[in-house]
Design a protein around this ligand. Structure first.
Ligand code: ADP
Ligand code: MG
Length: 249
């Protein structure tokens, strides 16, 4: 389980998050909804480790990881998606997956040369893993194309495959449907569903209520840095304020 307890994040006296507690349970997809500026991305950054909370703690499987950097969280099995950055967009589709090797970050050049054979072997394993993942989302046929040429939906699938290279048990997704053609959203939804069936748990910030309704076992609604509702999608959207703010009714 991934848990945030009483999290507050203050930027120059402004509380982007104010006493928020969430529990993202294993085997579940947890949705996080709320208007722009509500603090959703900040909460995800705190859970993933790129923002340290001003107060409060983050626990992963009962271990206090509040001050653990993202790379250590990744090794513990916590993954996070990012939009493709400009640097990575200069790579081919398959190269985008091959750079996702956590070992690289700890290895000096000297050690790498001494361990060349081991590294070559590992690269073969990585390429095989990349091939399997890309085949599942119909991107292997585009393996040698620049990733910049992919559609919005294909970039989201590629990004998710990049996270999967590290074999996480828990994945945080920030707006998986953003910039995605509506007909492709179903494809991403199906892929996430198949990963859940394989035992991977998810947290997702999402504006597309169809996707939230289709995937999320529980939903937290945030507004102005505070939690305003928690429950199933039906329960949360039965709250009049939430319905007005997010469903436009
Ligand atoms: P959401 O993802 O729900 O749209 P964010 O978590 O991105 O909201 O932002 C919450 C609030 O915190 C916003 O008012 C935003 O302007 C502010 N904020 C986010 N990051 C920073 C930062 N690094 N410095 C100052 N203010 C920030
Ligand atoms: Mg955001």
């Amino acid at each position: 389980m991934l848990e945030g307890r009483n999290l507050t994040v203050t930027y120059d006296g402004f509380k982007a998050l104010d006493g928020v507690s969430v529990q993202l349970k294993p085997g579940m997809v947890t949705g996080l909804i709320g208007p722009n500026g509500a603090g959703k991305s900040t909460l995800f950054s705190v859970l993933a480790g790129s923002v340290i909370p001003t107060t409060g703690q983050v626990y992963f499987n009962d271990e206090d990881i509040t001050s653990r950097p993202p790379v250590i969280r990744a090794r513990l099995g916590l993954g996070r998606s990012f939009q493709l950055s400009r640097d990575l967009a200069g790579l081919t589709v398959v190269e985008n997956l091959l750079v996702a090797q956590p070992e690289r970050q700890f290895e000096g050049i000297g050690a790498a040369l001494f361990r060349r054979n081991a590294i070559r072997h590992r690269q073969e394993i990585m390429i095989e893993k990349a091939r399997e993942l890309l085949s599942r989302v119909d991107l292997w046929r585009l393996a040698d194309q620049p990733s910049a040429a992919l559609s919005g939906g294909q970039k989201k699938l590629l990004d998710l495959c990049r996270v999967l290279m590290l074999e996480p048990r828990f994945i945080l997704l920030d707006e998986p449907s953003a910039g995605v053609n509506p007909t492709r959203i179903a494809e991403i939804t199906e892929f996430i569903r198949s990963l859940v069936a394989e035992g991977i748990s998810f947290g997702m910030v999402e504006h597309n209520m169809g996707m939230v309704a289709a995937l999320c076992d529980q939903v937290y609604a945030l507004a102005e840095g505070r939690l305003v509702a928690h429950g199933t999608f039906e329960e949360v959207t039965a709250n009049d304020d939430v319905a007005r703010a997010y469903l436009g009714v």
